[in-house]
Design a protein around this ligand. Structure first.
Ligand SMILES: [Zn+2]
Length: 321
């Protein structure tokens, strides 16, 4: 390659002797589309929806502009809109009418999530309806399991998670998605589903769910902030990748059909490790704080939709390799 002499200030007088010019592949949108290595389709995405009891208002969640507390009818309308846009899966989170120490509202067959599952499946049978399985939205203390001496009792929590999962499956969920991070929950849920003759219902396990400040807006949305302590005795230490692989391995052994990494963008190395080590579908949860960060940008020059798209491309790339 020849370099233009420093004294030459005219940009067009001499052409560098370059045989290889990667920019040829970027000259037009048609060419860029032709050679694009990663494509994000609406079908690749799962749309999370918050469902509240019918006596509550349909309100926007302050920390997540554009995200609402939906009553069952709005959850159905939103699912229809999503389906028309090409989305083929929704993931439901529920806010019950009342909370108690063991989260018993979560297996009420007429609870908001159960009712929404039924209503969405009735209206859009083709939609894959997933339901988040955890107790934190349903317990008065806000932790993901039963409390014993200021800590979550792992083994006492398992049958409750199983009960909740079976209840969602009976309402018509295609997948249940345990997000609690208890040891052995996937096996407990798999056994309970099979015993209830619902072996066709799948499990998408939040396998590597890291304790994170990125969940703040979600807690406001799900009204699930812990009343004491934090979740670090069950959610993972953000410093650990090998431990994340161990968690995934256990979930795979216990019968998970998909594994998940959460949060997503700050854990691309974990997503990559998941893809390289396991053959199951890997999901990446782009969480509330990641969404809120994009939405919080007030810079008029920042194209939020474009930034969301580029975030999704990054994630899709990690999931493919
Ligand atoms: Zn939880």
């Amino acid at each position: 390659m020849r370099i233009l002499p420093k004294s030459d200030t005219s940009p067009s007088t001499k052409q560098a002797d370059l045989k290889k010019r990667p920019r040829r592949l970027r000259r037009s949108e048609s060419i860029r589309a032709l050679v694009r290595e990663t494509v994000v389709r609406p079908e690749d995405l799962i749309y999370p929806l918050f469902v509240v009891p019918d006596n509550r208002p349909h309100v926007e969640i302050q920390s997540m502009p554009g995200v609402f507390h939906n009553r069952v009818r709005e959850a159905v309308e939103e699912s229809l809109r999503a389906y028309d846009a090409g989305i083929r899966a929704v993931l439901l989170f529920g806010l019950p009418e009342s909370k108690d120490a063991i989260g018993s509202a979560s297996w009420d067959p007429s609870g908001p999530v159960q009712s929404a599952i039924e209503a969405i499946k009735n209206k859009i049978p083709q939609m894959c309806v997933m339901a988040d399985v955890c107790l934190c939205e349903y317990t008065d203390h806000g932790h993901c399991g039963v409390i014993d001496s200021q800590d979550v009792d792992n083994d006492a929590t398992l049958p409750l998670l199983a009960k909740q999962a079976v209840s969602f499956a009976q309402a018509g969920a295609d997948f249940v998605a345990p997000s609690d991070m208890m040891d052995g929950r996937v096996a407990a849920i798999r056994d309970a589903l099979d015993e209830a003759s619902m072996s066709e219902v799948g499990i998408m396990a939040y396998s590597a769910k890291f304790a994170s400040g990125f969940y703040g807006p979600f807690r406001e949305a799900a009204e699930s902030t812990p009343q004491f302590g934090d979740r670090r005795t069950y959610q993972m230490d953000p410093a650990n990748v090998r431990e994340a692989l161990r968690e995934m391995e256990l979930d795979v052994e216990e019968g998970a059909d998909m594994i998940m990494v959460k949060p997503a963008l700050a854990y691309l190395d974990v997503i990559r490790a998941a893809r390289e080590n396991f053959d199951l579908p890997v999901a990446a949860y782009n969480v509330s704080g990641e969404y809120a960060m994009v939405k919080a940008e007030r810079d008029p020059d920042l194209d939020q939709a474009r930034r969301r798209r580029s975030d999704h491309h990054v994630l899709r790339r990690g999931l493919r390799y």
